[in-house]
Design a protein around this ligand. Structure first.
Ligand code: HEM
Length: 236
């Protein structure tokens, strides 16, 4: 990919992260009733798959009483994850890191706190609500939340030790875990276009978003390491 195309996709990716984060932050304004907003997604989803669906309205109706019961946890999770994904593109940007190290540090601490709060509240929600889905979906969410909090702590610990290579690797992994949510929504939108029932797409999205994102992240980190080693050999 050439430089301009890379920059353009980074800009679009950053905008998408801010939009997803802002949408989650609606919980900070209207509280747990914000879940009802999801029902508006049924109409475009029905149109895209040429099949009527009420999957999100059913989700909101089933989960609202549970969200009311654990409102602090749900609002805490939405704020934590909303803040984390909105600032992720800036906290992880190598430009900001090189040109504005203080800004990078401040954003980094805010990102880390948001990831730990969002990850742990998400884990608790998966078990205590419980979330919508079977035991495998719950286990996948618990694993994602625990990994998110653990990788964040390991990343910050590496930065404090001044091990910047490991710091960058752990923080890249935390971003891949945050992206499990957009991956899940991609499954829910794309699979029904190919005649997969919406409920099946929802189920398989939950099963696959963690392994898929993790594999792609490790593959990307390996590819980058190989490039760095090649550059190192060329210059030494
Ligand atoms: C960018 C990342 C994320 C954002 C913005 C986000 C945001 C939200 C929001 C706003 C809700 C309420 C339902 C809705 O309105 O959609 C929710 C539900 C939930 N989130 Fe997250 N989340 C993210 C990642 C995660 C992660 C990594 C976990 C793993 C522990 C997780 C676990 C959950 C659970 C268990 C629920 C309840 C689902 C249900 O009711 O069935 N989330 N999330």
């Amino acid at each position: 990919m050439d430089r301009t195309r890379y920059r353009l996709s980074a800009v679009w990716g950053s905008i998408a992260c801010v939009v997803i984060g802002a949408f989650a932050l609606r919980y900070a304004i209207v509280g747990v009733r914000a879940v009802n907003f999801l029902a508006y997604a049924d109409r475009p989803l029905s149109w895209l798959s040429s099949r009527p669906t009420t999957i999100f309205r059913e989700f909101a109706e089933a989960q609202l009483p549970r969200y009311v019961r654990l409102s602090s946890l749900v609002v805490g999770h939405a704020i934590g994850m909303g803040v984390a994904i909105s600032i992720a593109p800036f906290a992880l940007s190598s430009r900001v890191r090189q040109r504005r190290p203080r800004v990078h540090r401040a954003l980094g601490y805010a990102y880390a706190i948001a990831c730990v709060v969002g990850g742990l509240t998400g884990t608790a929600m998966a078990i205590l609500l419980p979330m919508r889905g079977d035991a495998i979906a719950i286990a996948a969410n618990v694993a994602t939340g625990v990994m998110l909090a653990t990788f964040t702590v390991l990343g910050i610990h590496a930065a404090i030790r001044r091990d910047l290579v490991q710091h960058e690797r752990w923080m890249t992994r935390t971003f891949a875990l945050l992206l499990t949510l957009p991956t899940l929504y991609a499954f829910i939108v794309i699979l029904p276009i190919f005649s997969v029932p919406h409920a099946v797409a929802y189920e398989w999205g939950h099963y696959l978003c963690l392994p898929l994102n993790w594999l792609v992240c490790e593959w990307w980190l390996r590819g980058r390491d190989a490039t760095m080693r090649w550059l190192w050999r060329m210059h030494s």
